[in-house]
Design a protein around this ligand. Structure first.
Ligand code: SF4
Length: 220
């Protein structure tokens, strides 16, 4: 592909976004949640784990610990037992307990709605904060970059970065802010349905004509 100007890349990004919105009209956060607390917990559990698996675990967890105060009063063993199947359960249980204690101590038992306050919580990085801000508070402060988002953004040559925060910065320059949260859902949907890692179905891809990473032949 010839070197692309910045304005041409913005125009291509806009067309990609249009096509993905048409292809995935129901794209949304796949983690079941009823409030910011539940989404924060579910997102922490989703590290190195599928959303489907997290959704199997959270109903019992939220029944036992319906809010941050309840969770802050839980024990490590009790939380571990409820989240064991999500992997890295000791670490995640410790983070959940410390996060809940911080919510009680610093925020009156409520989940804050700013990037700085969220990132100051134990076990919460920029990616988790973006998920909560975008999906529980409707704030487009950043773009959630998971493995699908980073991989597909590179295939589409919307970034060459591998560091998620650099990918996020590149995407924030290319897409309008009101679309930032939706963009993540669209790329994740696309990564699950069509642009599958190691076997992308380029022949069935709605953005193939705009993708420098498209394979020349159809993939089984
Ligand atoms: S054309 Fe292929 S590599 Fe490019 S986004 Fe579509 S499925 Fe992925």
């Amino acid at each position: 592909m010839a070197r692309e100007s910045a304005s041409a890349r913005v125009a291509r990004a806009a067309r990609i976004l249009d096509l993905l919105e048409t292809a995935y009209p129901d794209a949304h956060c796949a983690l079941d949640h009823a409030d910011p607390y539940q989404l924060l917990v579910a997102t922490i559990l989703s590290a190195q784990c599928t959303d489907v698996r997290v959704n199997l675990v959270t109903p019992a967890l939220f029944a036992r610990f319906p809010d941050p105060r309840a969770l802050a009063g839980g024990t490590q063993t009790e939380v571990e037992d409820l989240i064991r199947s999500t992997g890295f359960f000791r670490n995640k249980a410790a983070n959940l307990l410390a996060m809940a204690a911080a919510l009680v101590e610093r925020h009156g038992g409520r989940v804050p709605d700013t990037m700085d306050e969220l990132r100051a919580l134990p076990g919460v990085g920029r990616k988790t904060a973006n998920v909560v801000l975008g999906n529980a508070f409707g704030r487009n402060d950043g773009i959630t970059v998971d493995t699908h988002v980073g991989r597909i953004a590179r295939l589409l040559r919307l970034t060459s970065a591998t560091d998620p925060e650099k990918v996020e910065q590149d995407l924030m320059r290319l897409f309008p802010r009101p679309k930032w949260t939706l963009l993540s859902h669209l790329l994740i949907s696309h990564g699950r349905a069509v642009c599958i890692a190691r076997r992308p179905r380029c022949d069935a891809c709605p953005v193939r004509a705009l993708c420098p990473g498209a394979k020349a032949t159809a993939h089984a």
